[in-house]
Ligand binder design. Sequence first.
Ligand SMILES: [Zn+2]
Length: 305
Amino acid sequence: MAAAAIGRNSASHSLAFRHRQELAIVPRPNLTASKFVRFSILILLLITGCHALPTTHSLLPRSLELPQKREIVRGQLVIHSDFHLPRRHRLLGELQSRRDDVSQLLNIPVSDEPIHIYLFANEASFTDYMQRKHPLFPNRRAFFVKNDTSLMVFAWWGNRVAEDLRHEVTHGYLHSVINDLPLWLDEGIAEYFETPRVNRGFNSPHFHLLIEKYDSGQWQPDLERLESLRKAGALTLMDYAESWLWVHYLLHHEVETAGLLQHHIEQVRLDPAAAKSLHQLLTESDRDATELLSHLEYLRKTVKP
Ligand SMILES: [Zn+2]
């Protein structure tokens, strides 16, 4: 764990945000872009109890209470809410089955570590809780939070909740078995799996954004640059989109490219310090961004406008 990044006296909380995240968040980007109203943070709690986890509900003022009236367990997921949510709600079923999708496509094991999902009834109660409990967090629509003992998702029940939960729960499934996934890949995979299952990973907003920027000469893929990004707050919407495209290309271009991705993830899972970067693996396989752009062109021809 990146103990050096964790200061007992740092800020007002003894927190460090993921090896890739700092709280000096860049000014909130264009919030019409869905990627920036969601944020994934891994809280590395070095000092037990320095930032109370949801264990003292009864002592907290109402605005600091987590949803807790109802609890539904679906596989690895434990869904907490203060409103009625049907036990057999199809979204919960989709989220549960996502674990097998993620495991099979990426060839990673599964875990039985609970992923707690705290679902607020509306944006106001979610925002109130987050601002009081985590005042240094940026303004986002949903969060994934990991500490030494828990995997947690915070979200509110709005018209984007399905996309948000698919994205954040994917982070949960990944982090329940892999400790140190590269930031770009963590987000690229979450962007892939945030789409409805029937879309098979095709993220339409990202596709159209990439086409627009590529056609106007404003974007060229650069995996090495993506791999150099360490702070989630530094990722732009284009970075999310390109990360998604790399994952989509790797999984759908050829069996060999899917194997490269699986091999890379396996190496990162077993020994992240020794794992070669994906850029290195692609170069050793005589592959480069040309293939990625060919994949984008393939999608352009096959996707209905
Ligand atoms: Zn994310």
